[in-house]
Design a protein around this ligand. Structure first.
Ligand code: NAD
Ligand code: MG
Length: 401
């Protein structure tokens, strides 16, 4: 075969932008892209405040544009990119600019509601999005997905449970689903007594048995709040109501999601717990990308076990399910309050159980005040998010480590 023939018939490179490029998902995305030479071209990378980390990933992946949210980090980013030809920019507008650049897929991997504006900018610019950032959908799911539908933008689920369900659906429409289960590992405290959990430290909450992730999602996994946020995420991604959604605790983290149909059939998505698999699935979709992820050896694992979640020891899951059932602005309020309380727990201002109890108290406060009307657009959702954060922070005033 001549070189000219190969070049003429070679597939064009798929253009990717990574928001949250220096985080846990960002680094796994880098590894998938790095492991599949000649498949992807990275257009832009963006992150929060780690200038050196962003400059490194921009250089390694050959990005053209690097945007950092923190304006104070601009000089360091610019200096670290000197001579590379990669353009540096800083601030919220720079993040949106990165999100809107011409690309085939934007990876949404910023942690927390900080990801809402840049990820939504990508949607508004008509870019397909691979979404790891579940808080986008918990904070502003309805207007977020409505805009995606209006513009024909595809939102591919990168969160492992939703990705497994997307694959288990095999192209069937979600309205055929009788029931959907997301699995949870149960986190580091699955077998702990209520007394031990109450005294858990940030160091203990940050040791996850099966997944290596950023700090916020790791604490959410220990409280099971993560699974509650993921139920809300599933409702928006798949357009399924709360009463058809459920959770199974599955300590081996091999089956990530299951769906059942009217004929009694159940299909499940399985893989070893490594985010590179759902990331590769989203990056490659509708094709498959080869990864070096460890292959699943069921005979070696031997037994897969499932149990119901224990709401008494893990009340955060119930608090989140209540917010899901209440609807309106409750998921937005839940998400903002939870982000503030997780940060307070990591700062050792509050105990582990106080995350759930304080989040619930804030949800009840806003419900009593009648401020739970569904935000009609993303800007209104962010407005609610802002007010809730202020109230949540005010409730912590006077506490010290
Ligand atoms: P992380 O804390 O490791 O990384 C977060 C990234 O977001 C970093 O690049 C950081 O610089 C960036 N960031 C933080 N604040 C920012 C801001 N204000 N503006 C722009 N960028 C900002 O988090 P992670 O574990 O990679 O998780 C990212 C998202 O993916 C979260 O929503 C999480 O729930 C979700 N998720 C993570 C995993 C996982 O295995 N890590 C699995 C499923 C879903
Ligand atoms: Mg998940």
């Amino acid at each position: 075969m001549s070189l000219a023939f190969v070049q003429k018939h070679a597939k064009p490179l798929k253009k990717i932008t990574i928001l949250g490029a220096t985080g846990s998902i960002g680094r796994s995305t880098e590894a998938v892209i790095d492991g599949a030479p000649g498949v992807f071209e990275v257009v832009a990378v963006a992150n929060g405040s780690d200038a050196l980390g962003l400059a490194r990933v921009a250089r390694v992946l050959g990005a053209k544009f690097a945007a950092i949210a923190d304006p104070a980090a601009y000089a360091e980013l610019k200096a670290a990119l000197a001579g590379s030809g990669i353009e540096a920019a800083a601030g919220p507008e720079a993040l949106k600019q990165a999100a809107c650049m011409e690309s085939d897929l934007v990876v949404g991997a910023i942690a927390g509601a900080a990801g809402v504006e840049p990820t939504f900018a990508a949607i508004e610019a008509g870019r397909d999005v691979a979404l790891a950032n579940k808080e986008c959908l918990v904070c502003a799911g309805e207007p977020f997905m409505r805009k995606a539908r209006e513009l024909g933008v595809r939102v591919l689920p990168m969160d492992s449970e939703h990705n497994a369900i997307f694959q288990a659906l095999g192209g069937e429409s979600a309205d055929r689903i009788e029931k959907m289960w997301l699995t949870a590992s149960g986190g580091p405290f699955r077998e702990w007594s209520a007394e031990r959990i109450a005294a858990a430290t940030p160091e203990q909450a940050l040791i996850h048995p099966n997944w290596a992730m950023g700090p916020k999602v790791t604490v959410d996994s220990a409280s099971l709040m993560n699974k509650g946020l993921e139920l809300i995420e599933a409702m928006h991604i798949f357009g399924i109501e709360a009463n058809r959604l459920d959770v199974l605790v599955h300590p081996q983290s091999i089956v990530h999601g299951l769906v059942s149909f009217a004929d009694g059939a159940v299909t499940a998505g399985m893989a070893v717990p490594d985010m590179k698999t759902p990331i590769a699935h989203c990056l490659g979709w509708p094709d498959r990308v080869t990864t070096r992820v460890r292959r699943l050896d069921l005979a070696q694992i031997g037994a897969l076990t499932f149990e119901k979640p224990d709401f008494a020891r893990f009340p955060a899951l119930r608090v989140a399910m209540d917010a899901l059932a209440a609807g309106g602005a409750m998921p937005t309020i839940l998400n903002a309050a939870n982000e503030v309380m997780v940060a307070a727990f990591l700062d050792k201002l509050i105990g582990f159980n106080e995350i759930a109890s304080r989040v619930e108290a804030i949800c009840e406060l806003f419900e009593r005040e009648g401020a739970h009307r569904a935000p009609p657009d993303v800007a209104s959702a962010l407005g609610v998010d802002h007010i809730v954060r202020e109230r949540a922070r005010a409730s912590l005033e006077g506490l010290s480590r």
